[in-house]
Design a binder for this molecule. Structure first.
Ligand code: PRP
Ligand code: URA
Length: 208
């Protein structure tokens, strides 16, 4: 599917199995998710543009590089928070915005409750982070929200996606690239990804 980029890596496959396991405790879930995020950050930023600069080594002057684009990382609360530190490891200069959404348990429609973005949103590359893409309602709504706030360059980074969610986000936002490490089989009647890993927010924060 155009605009869907699958990040495949042996270390991610190993770590994803740890995250899927129901017997993984919260602290191990958090550290494993953070480690996966660093590998994802490496792939998601592979084609970032550079600006040439000059750098003085202890011996002589040579060419160096800085990132051309400002980067804004936007986790979808809560579960997106689990990916933030892994991305900041590679992008320490990034600013961080937040968007708070939860799914209404009956309708599965997203409900927004918080947002805060840096002023530079409109001229930045925005990396929207949410480990779970299920029905696609939250992802599509978060992207619409970012666009209303002025964002023009958006990449949506998720760990685990259902086919229904990918289809929805890609159809609603054909200008946005979606990165995931795996596309799972389907959704159950309550909108949970199968086989999935359960409720990501609950497993990160121990609220299950
Ligand atoms: C989860 C997840 C996504 C959303 C995905 O959040 O982090 O935001 O569900 O589902 P969707 O694609 O069907 O919209 P949740 O609503 O459980 O909130 P939480 O992170 O605060 O637990
Ligand atoms: N949100 C989650 O955290 N997990 C799912 O399987 C679906 C939505």
């Amino acid at each position: 599917m155009k605009n869907l980029i699958l990040i495949e890596h042996p270390l991610i496959k190993r770590d994803l199995s740890v995250l899927r396991s129901r017997s993984t405790p919260n602290h191990l879930f958090r550290t494993t998710l953070r480690r996966i995020a660093t590998v994802m950050a490496f792939e998601v930023t592979r084609d970032l543009r550079l600006r040439a600069t000059s750098v003085r080594t202890p011996l002589e002057r040579t060419e160096g590089y800085v990132l051309k684009d400002d980067i804004v990382i936007v986790p979808v609360l809560r579960a997106g928070l689990g990916l933030v530190d892994g991305f900041l490891d590679f992008l320490p200069e990034a600013r961080v915005g937040h968007v708070g959404l939860y799914r209404n348990e009956k309708t599965l429609e997203p409900v927004d409750y918080y947002s805060k973005f840096p002023r530079s949103l409109g001229r930045s590359m925005v990396l929207l982070l949410d480990p779970m893409l299920a029905t696609g309602g939250s992802g599509a709504a978060a992207i619409t929200f970012l666009k209303q706030k002025g964002a023009t360059q958006i990449r949506f980074v998720t760990l685990l996606a259902a086919p229904q969610g990918v289809k929805k986000v890609v159809a609603a936002h054909p200008d946005v690239k979606v990165f995931s490490t795996v596309i799972d089989r389907t959704l159950n009647r309550k909108g949970y990804i199968l086989p999935g890993l359960g409720d990501a927010g609950d497993r990160i924060f121990g609220t299950e």
